[in-house]
Design a protein around this ligand. Structure first.
Ligand code: CTP
Length: 406
């Protein structure tokens, strides 16, 4: 995202994911930035100093008392445009949330002037520990950007939440944090985002669903949070972990999503309906498993229409509130835009984010291509890229809104 050469401090602490920090450093250097690596003594047990020096093309800083004449314990933090700690262990998170500075990294963090991005990595039990969760909440409340952790294989045979985010996600979050035009422009805003695909049960074991993964909604939540908003995510069968710091309300059916959204919408400045909501539900859900033997070769299911949550939101919206809808269409070109304009009129929302979907497009992919249309029908912007960058474009359109609350 950012192409201006930056001074970036990459803090590496003692976790097995330290080896992935090498890729983070490599990406920054490849993009033309100056990188100072600060490694803790523990980090050097996991990744070698020569590797870090070769990749960063700079000496690696470790000791608090090395090169004291340069007042490095303060200078590195003051000069940095951004500090990224990857991996950030539970111990490091505890230290920085308490303002402790027992080592060079701690001092640098305290003396910083720019944003701080942390990518936690630890075992699930350590992540779930109330002490860690409270430290994370403190850091988020102070504007620290937390990337991940993701879910997956951990050190050893266990797997779960705690895996460090992928290097490209950490790099992207870092660039977004220093992009001055978007940085912290949603402070004080409360945003409700829906995401994922609802499921309508047929019987206790089957459902009718859709292919939405919730990735675009999660990216929106992540970027809104990083830009300072208080974010609630109404999540329906997400295939990815929601970002740390977002309040999550889990639902399954369209009716449950309707209840969760409509009962709380009045508390929010902005509501973004990114979820793929089932248009229909099964008229009579069977309480027992439907048996093939009873269907005589053909099964008839009667479906009834669900409430259009977006339309209800528009009809009940409070003054100054912004309602954003999504339109998933398989059409392309001018037909796509015509359908979108028609949908915008029908729904009456302030913005409609149009995205083309298909067998291999839009769903479950890492990228997206969207067009944002304003209520009068004007095309405000288009975006084609990672779901995080698309999220920023959508939020940019909203923050420049003439409807926005003062
Ligand atoms: N939506 C909703 N409630 C529903 C169905 C959809 O709030 N029961 C919202 C979606 O979250 C999205 C927007 O309406 O923001 C458009 O959804 P989409 O499926 O594209 O449009 P539909 O209204 O369902 O129309 P169609 O399926 O005929 O294209």
């Amino acid at each position: 995202m950012s192409r201006t050469p930056l001074r970036i401090v990459v803090g590496i602490t003692g976790g097995i994911a330290a080896y992935k920090a090498v890729s983070v450093v490599r990406e920054f250097v490849k993009d033309g930035h100056h990188v100072d690596v600060i490694a803790t003594e523990a980090a050097l047990q996991f990744v070698g100093r020569p590797t870090l020096e070769a990749i960063s093309r700079n000496p690696v800083h470790v000791g608090l008392y090395d090169d004291v004449a340069q007042v490095r314990h303060v200078a590195l933090g003051q000069q940095a445009d951004v500090i990224v700690i990857a991996p950030a262990t539970a111990n490091t998170l505890a230290q920085i949330s308490s303002g402790l500075a027992p080592d060079l990294l701690g001092n640098t963090v305290l003396a910083r002037r720019g944003p701080l991005v942390v990518a936690p990595a630890m075992h699930t039990e350590m992540w779930d520990n109330p002490a860690t969760q409270s430290n994370i909440a403190t850091l988020i409340s102070r504007g620290v950007i937390v990337v991940g952790p993701g879910v997956g294989q951990l050190t050893g045979s266990d797997s779960g939440v705690g895996r460090m985010s992928e290097p490209e996600d950490i790099v992207e979050a870092t660039y977004a944090s220093v992009s001055s035009d978007v940085y912290r422009d949603l402070v004080g805003k409360r945003i409700l985002i829906t995401g994922g695909g609802t499921r309508e049960p047929l019987d206790p074991v089957r459902f009718i669903g859709n292919r939405s993964s919730g990735k675009q909604a999660v990216a929106l939540a992540q970027r809104a949070l990083a830009r300072g908003a208080e974010v609630t995510l109404v999540a329906s069968h997400l295939e990815v972990e929601p970002p740390t710091g977002v309040q999550v309300l889990s639902v399954s059916t369209a009716a449950q999503m309707q209840e969760a959204v409509l009962s709380s919408a009045h508390d929010f400045d902005i509501v973004i309906m990114a979820a793929a909501v089932s248009d229909y539900r099964v008229d009579a859900v069977s309480s027992t498993k439907i048996k093939k033997s009873e269907s005589e070769g053909r099964l008839h299911i009667s479906l009834v229409e669900n409430t259009d949550i977006l339309r209800e939101l528009v009809q009940t919206k409070s003054s100054g509130q912004i309602i954003v809808g999504f339109a998933a269409e398989t059409a392309s070109g001018s037909e796509l835009l015509e359908l979108a304009q028609e949908k915008l009129k029908r729904k009456g929302c302030d913005y409609l984010v149009v995205n083309q979907v298909g067998w291999d497009q839009g769903f479950a992919t890492e990228s997206n291509a969207v067009t944002v249309i304003a209520s009068g029908g004007d095309i405000l912007n288009t975006a084609n890229g990672t779901k995080l960058s698309v999220a920023d474009t959508i939020l940019d359109c909203i923050t420049s809104s003439p409807f926005q609350n003062a």
